[in-house]
Design a protein around this ligand. Structure first.
Ligand code: UDP
Length: 496
């Protein structure tokens, strides 16, 4: 589909997330921010995820207020009962390439995404795709529109990924021996603190033909072909890393913490407070907020490992003993199916023994939990959204990273931002007890003070005139300009 040279089109953004909880959540928030600016938006969701969203959230009614918004769904060809979780990630990315890509190409070739909706029938003028979807470049070329990648992972990790070709070329990856404390030299800007163990976990492979490495190599090659890259961070937090990424991907939009920018814009745009809304793929148990109401200020550690991590029953027991021995009250999220090898008796025993010391629920309204005054610390897997949600609320962290960007983020939380403790690669009740006491008791003031400073900067960035607010405005202007016959992008992100 070619655009007529002199045709003026309405700006229409096609948003393509990858079908996982956190990217879908981030991209829905971005979609709503674009709708608030009156742009036409089509959100492309995998059928299976869309039904879950409809089941557990208010997305349908929430987006009804934006007549220029439209949900479009597409099949990924996987069986309905496929778990679609992190340990089946490569089956999901294969399905995206082999099923979603041709179906989408076909629909776009006909000139519109859908014949059902007049919104989706408008020509697309810009694509915003999650960065891992390498074929988005091809789709954008086919319909001759600019592509913006949204990398929803932590920018410190994005930079290490952009350096991966160099790390391989110089022989730093794959690792040549077991010394995980060896320093890494070929990630500029991180030489003084990054060790092998802090690189993304896919660097631990022994063979670079491993699909995890190949997927990232493709991603970083494609990232540089986009007209711009959207990142969920704010300039004060990631100034050095943003400058480095900017040398390879010059047009950056740092619009984070996106959830906070979204909350601020929403509060300014509506006259009366909206009932609690969510993009969660699981049903939220709000009873934990009542439990928190009865606890002392800053006395509870919140324990949650996001939407993908699964742990063994032994790890769960070590964690439970460590928490109990630390004598700190805890609110623990144990997602259904997230404990490998667990029996019903295990669940009942733990719940019985926990009543005095803590509260366990299967999914919580996490942003609200972290905002609660009873929370004094967060035992996290260092997922990027959890980290940003904690940063905004000034909650120090204990980091137990598992995969993707989490190893790098946990190192940054401890060694660079100094708002937490990195507990990677060791996990037993003794170290857990020690870390919890350190965070919640011995170094409590130090951590709360540094977390509070960064929280203030995060909030400044999303208020009117703040850097993320300005970057969002620039993004919107650029999207508008992309629908003109000769688009002019605003250019580089200027980091002061
Ligand atoms: N989350 C939630 N309730 C829970 C646990 C997690 O709403 O009980 C949300 C959390 O607020 C965050 C997301 O799930 O937005 C997890 O994203 P993150 O990037 O931290 O980790 P991932 O799930 O991608 O591993």
């Amino acid at each position: 589909m070619e655009h007529e040279a002199d045709q003026i089109l309405s700006p229409h953004v096609l948003i393509m997330p990858i079908p996982l909880q956190s990217p879908v959540n981030c991209m829905l928030k971005l979609a709503e921010l674009l709708c608030m600016a009156d742009l036409h938006v089509t959100f492309l969701n995998i059928d299976h995820f869309h039904s879950r969203l409809l089941r557990h959230t208010d997305v349908e009614s929430r987006f009804l207020q934006y007549p220029r918004f439209h949900f479009e769904t597409i099949s990924d060809g996987l069986p309905e009962d496929h778990p679609r979780c992190a340990d089946k990630f490569y089956e999901m990315t294969d399905a995206m390439v082999n099923v979603v890509r041709p179906l989408l190409m076909e629909r776009l070739k006909c000139g519109s995404l859908s014949s059902k909706s007049s919104e989706a029938a408008l020509p697309v003028t810009c694509i915003i795709s999650e960065a891992i979807i390498g074929f988005a470049v091809e789709i954008a070329q086919q319909i001759d529109v600019p592509l913006l990648y949204f990398d929803t992972t932590g920018p410190c990790s994005v930079w290490t990924c952009l350096c991966l070709p160099k790390l391989i070329e110089t022989g730093e990856v794959p690792f040549t021996d077991d010394d995980m404390d060896a320093s890494i030299r070929c990630v500029p800007g991180m030489e003084s603190f990054i060790r092998r163990r802090d690189l993304p976990q896919f660097c631990r492979v022994t063979d670079i033909s491993d699909p995890s490495i190949q997927l990232v190599l493709t991603e970083v090659k494609q990232l540089r072909k986009a007209a711009g890259v959207i990142l969920n961070t704010f300039e004060h937090l990631d100034k050095a890393v943003l400058s480095r990424i900017g040398t390879l991907c010059p047009n950056l939009y740092a619009v984070g913490p996106l959830h906070s920018l979204y909350n601020t814009k929403l509060a300014a745009s509506i006259k009366s407070p909206r009932p609690h809304s969510t993009n969660s793929l699981w049903k939220e148990d709000r009873s934990c907020l009542t439990w928190l109401d009865a606890q002392l200020p800053r006395s509870v550690i919140f324990v949650s490992f996001g939407s993908q991590v699964a742990i063994t029953i032994n790890q769960k027991m070590e964690l439970w003993h460590g928490l109990v021995k630390s004598e700190t009250r805890f609110l623990w999220i144990i997602r259904q199916g997230s404990i490998i090898g667990e029996t019903t008796e295990d669940v009942e025993l733990l719940e019985r023994c926990t009543k005095e010391r803590g509260c366990i629920v299967s999914w919580a309204p996490q942003e609200e939990v972290l905002r609660h005054e009873a929370i004094g610390g967060f035992f996290t897997h260092s997922g990027w959204n959890s980290t940003l949600e904690s940063i905004v609320e000034g909650v120090p962290m204990i980091c137990w990273p598992h995969f993707v960007d989490q190893q790098v983020i946990s190192r940054y939380t401890d060694a660079v931002w100094k708002i937490g403790l990195d507990m990677k690669d060791v996990f037993d009740r003794i170290i857990i007890e020690k870390m919890v006491r350190e965070l919640m008791i011995f170094r409590r003031i130090e951590f709360l003070e540094s977390a509070d400073k960064i929280a203030k900067l995060a909030k400044e960035s999303v208020t009117e005139g703040g850097s993320s607010c300005r970057n969002l405005d620039r993004l919107i202007e650029d999207i508008r300009s992309m629908s003109l016959p000769s688009p002019k992008l605003s250019g580089n992100l200027h980091i002061q």
